[in-house]
Design a protein around this ligand. Structure first.
Ligand code: UGA
Length: 434
């Protein structure tokens, strides 16, 4: 594919929009990223990155000649050949995706007859592209191509995922637009997969449903392991060696969180329900995931003999390591449940910056794992931060009131912890006592 550099407008300066904009600039395209939040745009214009994503800040800096940020939609689109929609699509009261921000962008493009293509990266219900195509046609923009180009990057590794994807899904009804989007990715190391628009929209939801289901399978197996004395880590390591199953996304824990799996699994379930079909497997995945953190907290409560008047340390608040994102983090449920049961909650996290509000306003924040656990009756590892592997556990043992640890990520070695004097509980593995 011949390398043609394009002028691209990216709508939305969130995780997806910033990574898309920066990576397209890195590939040689000229990019204007537009967001509606003045403080966000000002920060970006001043060379600062409002989110934590490894490699993103450097990439933005490196490409500052080709990458700019603006509040003005008209300004972003002026001269652009391709417009990318990367705005968020939060769930509505009915569980459908709120597409108002997507439509606001489509409306803002009604005068942009010079565009060659409109590309939606935001996660949308199947059928959205068909409606946008019809709206473009009705606005006299029949010559503007349309494509669904969903995102499969994971937070914390989004830049490398974008540059080295397993596949680039391009859903469109015309070959010229398909070739244009493929050309935009020249230099990206991954195969392009062409398909129709609805299938591309479905592929995004299906991929996240498959991954959420795989995690939930591991969590369900872990529960049976707990009841039978088997060890989930040994079981998943061995089943994962079967290439048909694979090692990835089989890590048992306190349930998946983040801005994608919970939202997208509910969105796919709602999409099925809207046609009168109950997607039972996905409904179970959602339900099991919602119970996961609560169930393990109950195990801890039973071990401790109640939470009333106790002090519990929460180690990790973000939904996974390597990000500052706290959206749908299991830590929020755990903190709220502990407070509701009358416990005092002491937190540690190297990145999290929860805004004002509950449950975090009623907890205390500490500079190190040791400080958070000093004087505590129990501690819960919620996020797999590497710092926790290397925490001074012997010192922690001496500083805790009761040496009780629930390792919600199976990060530590149970036998070693018991030797240090801990009662060590984990997910899907036998509890080990001193
Ligand atoms: C996820 C997908 O991995 C991306 O492919 C997708 O593009 C993205 O959603 C999206 O739709 O935008 P992300 O939410 O950043 O990415 O995070 P993951 O690394 O997938 O983790 C999601 C949750 O599952 C985390 O809470 C993580 O701790 C949990 N998880 C993951 C497990 O409990 N076990 C595992 O084996 C893997």
């Amino acid at each position: 594919m011949e390398q043609t550099t394009r002028r691209v407008a990216v709508f939305g300066a969130g995780y997806i929009g910033l990574v898309t904009g920066a990576c397209l600039a890195e590939l040689g395209h000229t990019v204007a990223v537009r967001d509606i939040l003045p403080e966000r745009v000002e920060l970006l214009q001043a060379g600062e990155v409002p989110i934590y994503e490894p490699g993103l800040g450097d990439m933005i800096l490196r490409n500052k000649e080709r990458l700019r940020f603006t509040l003005d939609a008209e300004d972003a689109v002026r001269g652009a050949e391709v417009a990318y929609v990367c705005v968020d699509t939060p769930p509505t009261a009915s569980g459908d995706a709120d597409l108002s921000r997507v439509w606001a962008v489509v409306d803002a493009l009604k005068e942009a007859s010079h565009l060659l293509a409109l590309v939606v990266k935001s996660t949308v219900p199947v059928g959205t592209g068909r409606r946008i195509r019809a709206a473009l046609d009705a606005a006299g923009l029949g010559h503007v191509g349309y494509a669904s180009n969903p995102e499969f990057t994971a937070e914390g590794r989004a830049v490398s995922d974008f540059m080295n994807p397993d596949r680039i899904v391009i859903g469109t009804s015309d070959t010229a637009t398909g070739d244009l989007i493929k050309g935009l990715h020249a230099g990206v190391d991954g195969p392009a997969v062409a398909m129709d628009i609805a299938s591309a929209e479905m592929t995004k939801l299906a991929a996240n449903a498959a991954l959420a289901t795989k995690i939930t399978l591991a969590n369900e197996l872990a529960t049976v392991c707990e009841a039978t004395g088997a060890d989930i880590e040994q079981v998943t390591a061995a089943i994962g060696m079967d290439h048909r199953i694979g090692q990835h996304f089989l890590k048992a824990g306190l349930g998946y969180g983040g801005s994608c799996f919970p939202k997208d699994s509910r969105a796919l379930h709602a999409l099925a329900s809207n046609s009168g079909y109950s997607f039972q497997l996905l409904r179970t995945v959602i339900e099991v995931n919602g119970l996961q953190a609560r169930r393990h907290l109950q195990r801890l409560k039973d071990e401790l003999g109640g939470f009333e008047g106790r002090t519990v340390a929460l180690l990790g608040m973000t939904f996974k390591a390597g990000t500052d994102d706290m959206r749908e983090a299991p830590s929020t449920i755990i903190a709220a449940r502990l407070l509701a049961e009358g416990a005092a909650v002491r937190c540690w996290d190297p990145m999290a910056q929860p805004g004002p509000g509950q449950p975090w306003d009623s907890t205390t924040r500490h500079a190190s794992p040791l400080e958070a656990m000093a004087g505590a009756d129990a501690a819960v590892i919620v996020t797999e931060w590497p710092e926790l592997r290397d925490a001074p556990w012997a010192e922690v043992r001496a500083a805790m009131r009761t040496a009780l640890l629930l390792d919600g990520r199976n990060l530590l070695d149970g036998a070693a912890m018991a030797q240090l004097g801990f009662t060590y509980m984990s997910v899907g593995r036998p509890t080990v006592r001193p």
